[in-house]
Design a protein around this ligand. Structure first.
Ligand code: ADP
Length: 340
């Protein structure tokens, strides 16, 4: 009833404005001229009348228009009118539907952008070593083969580029398997201490080459977690390998752990170059590197941390980083401890 009242008022105003406009127009007809304020009044009355008439639609027309808008892909459209009873509920549902379609479209657009960026990144990463392989082999075949020393150097460069491509493809396959959920990973009883110790032992020669002290502090007595051991070792390998890579000669890389508030946390701390504060929020993105040229030079693919994040989160854990540029970096990996 209230709504009917509103409509009547609207019609009344509309009629009033229309009458005013008609009276002024009649005056124009009889006197042949209008003063500026009168002309302004006619204009304003006409605009108001049109606006009121436009809003004065039956609820069904409003709903049909909205349905039409949705069918035509106009997802920003919303019903602003207050409609009575069931019409009102239907209007709210249509508005919610429009909101959802709009959000889904935005998400799809973002995903599409990400996909395009990803393809562009992969192509770029593959193009660089491919170009090197092509250039070195062309130089070899156009005469450099005859000079043994140069030839050997070029072949080493070709091997290096091929290795880089193969590492990139391996990391891409790993990431894609993780993201697609194709390889859900085993759930076995895993001691984080043992997994970290095996990785430290495997990477010790790399640290020794740079006279880096790679130290594994004994972990507190922590219960085993349910995890995929291979994936846990992959996490520690990527983080400790990075710590060694980004730490100068004679530096320190330390692996330690704590058990607190039902969380098992492992810290991988280094005294390396650190990460500038502005890069920290993006460090886990695929292909994001502080210094692309330096990372490539050191054999990096820019996918290591994205893989770490995927694995850790896939196990219900979290990974974070703290760093001071020029002083060092600490990665922190934590998992919920199993209930006793
Ligand atoms: P990359 O193959 O380049 O190592 P990652 O995804 O593992 O790729 O790491 C991304 C970037 O994060 C690196 O290129 C580097 O800029 C930065 N980074 C990772 N770990 C460290 C670290 N321990 N110290 C300094 N910078 C690091």
């Amino acid at each position: 009833m209230a709504w009917l009242g509103k409509i009547s008022l609207r019609r009344f105003l509309f009629a009033l404005l229309f009458a005013a406009a008609a009276a002024l127009a009649a005056r124009l007809w009889t006197h042949g001229s209008l003063k500026a304020p009168e002309a302004g009044l006619i204009g304003a009355a006409a605009v108001l009348a049109v606006l009121l008439a436009r809003n004065d639609l039956s609820p069904l027309t409003v709903l049909c228009r909205m349905a039409d808008d949705l069918a035509q892909g106009r997802n920003k459209s919303r019903i602003r009118e207050i409609l009575p009873g069931e019409y009102g509920r239907l209007a709210q549902s249509l508005n919610r539907l429009a909101e959802r379609i709009d959000n889904d479209f935005s998400r799809l657009r973002r995903l599409d952008e990400m996909r395009r960026d990803f393809v562009a990144n992969v192509s770029h990463e593959l193009r660089t070593p491919l170009a090197a392989i092509k250039a070195f082999s062309e130089t070899l075949s156009s005469g450099a083969l005859a000079e043994r020393e140069t030839a050997e150097e070029f072949i080493r460069e070709i091997e290096k580029s091929a290795d880089r491509m193969s590492r990139l493809v391996d990391d891409l396959l790993e990431l894609s398997a993780l993201e697609s959920g194709q390889r859900p990973g085993a759930r076995e009883s895993v001691s984080l201490m043992r997994a970290a110790a095996e990785v430290v032992a495997a990477l010790m020669p790399l640290a020794q080459k740079k006279q880096i002290v790679l130290r594994l502090d004994p972990f507190p007595d922590m219960p085993d977690i349910l995890a995929d051991k291979g994936q846990m070792k992959q996490v520690f390998t990527n983080l400790i390998d990075n710590a060694i890579k980004f730490t100068g000669d004679k530096g320190l890389v330390q692996v330690r752990a704590e058990l607190r508030d039902g969380r098992e946390t492992v810290f991988i701390q280094d005294s390396g170059c650190g990460i500038p504060a502005e890069d920290l929020p993006r460090i886990f993105e695929r292909f994001y590197r502080v210094d692309k040229a330096r990372s490539r030079e050191m054999g990096g693919t820019g996918l290591g941390l994205a893989i770490v994040k995927h694995i850790v989160e896939g196990h219900g854990g979290s990974v974070s980083v703290e760093s001071r540029f020029g002083e060092g970096t600490t990665f922190r990996v934590e998992f919920p401890a199993p209930l006793p």
